[in-house]
Ligand binder design. Structure first.
Ligand SMILES: [Ca+2]
Ligand SMILES: [Ca+2]
Ligand SMILES: [Ca+2]
Ligand SMILES: [Ca+2]
Length: 268
């Protein structure tokens, strides 16, 4: 009797589990009371790599949400999920839009890469300020900082054309650095060696992590056995005064490296 009861319970559990597995994946079942769907916004295409960037573009009382879609559009929504504007490019937007006040006018600009090979800079009202053409698609998310410490912001972005580009705030190239394969990785800016000058660290599909100085000169490189799509994180993990660089490669390894001797291009 006990065995029959157990079997019945098991069958009922199976029916419940089977039914639940056919519910639409966006419907929260077991824990629905714990969540409130405040809103959603449908772009009709995948939002595959481009994460939302949340900023107050005009320094008013409301934050904006900027993101890209595989339909080629850059979207700006208000805090309540209402569309403020869209801007259409000719390729998927897989790059994360980066927002900064490039020209110091109190309004933020938006810089993002597209699969149409261009880096776009838009103002807070969807107007194109400039665009810069690379030779291949851009998946890498731009990095914006005053890299040469001249009180003007610069932009760094990688392209499938194997190059990392260094643009001034007007979208004009100052230099580029070519690697042996495409650059998916987004660059990380850090004063790695505490000499008051920034370094730029990024990975390439040629399996190598590169460190450049702010003039684009190669300081060192570190080779692994697979592509590096990951963007590096830099910190002094053990507070020993030496910065550590963490990055993953497509082989599945997370590396933590530091410099304790003369940098070289030794195999990792
Ligand atoms: Ca706003
Ligand atoms: Ca501005
Ligand atoms: Ca600068
Ligand atoms: Ca430095």
């Amino acid at each position: 009797m006990q065995g029959k009861k157990s079997s019945l319970v098991t069958i009922l559990e199976l029916i419940i589990i089977t039914s639940a597995s056919y519910l639409p994946s966006n419907i929260i079942t077991s824990y629905s009371s714990a969540f409130t769907l405040k809103w959603f916004y449908n772009t009709d295409f995948g939002i595959s790599f481009s994460s939302p960037c949340i900023m107050n573009l005009e320094q008013d009382n409301e934050k904006e949400i900027v993101f890209g879609s595989d339909n080629g559009k850059i979207y700006c929504l208000n805090s309540y999920g209402k569309e403020k504007w869209t801007y259409l490019t000719n390729g998927d937007i897989k790059s994360l839009p980066i927002v900064a006040d490039l020209n110091s006018d109190g309004f933020s600009e938006i810089v993002v890469g597209s699969y149409d090979n261009y880096v776009y800079c838009l103002n807070h009202l969807d107007r194109l300020i400039w665009k810069f053409k690379t030779n291949e698609e851009i998946l890498s998310s731009p990095c914006i900082a005053d890299i040469d410490r001249d009180n003007k912001l610069e932009i760094m972005v990688g392209s499938y054309d194997n190059k990392l580009y260094y643009l001034n705030q007007d979208g004009l190239p100052k230099w580029s650095h070519i690697t042996g394969n495409a650059i998916y990785s987004s660059p990380t800016i850090c004063d790695f060696d505490n000499d008051n000058c920034y370094e730029i660290v990024f990975g390439s599909d040629d399996h190598t992590l590169f460190c450049l100085d702010y003039l684009g000169l190669l300081l060192w490189s570190y080779q692994t056995n697979d592509k590096i799509w990951s963007s590096p994180a830099i910190a002094d993990l053990e507070n020993d005064g030496l910065n550590d660089i963490l990055f993953g490669n497509n082989e599945g390894n997370l590396f933590c490296i530091t410099i304790t001797g003369t940098p070289n291009s030794g195999k990792g």
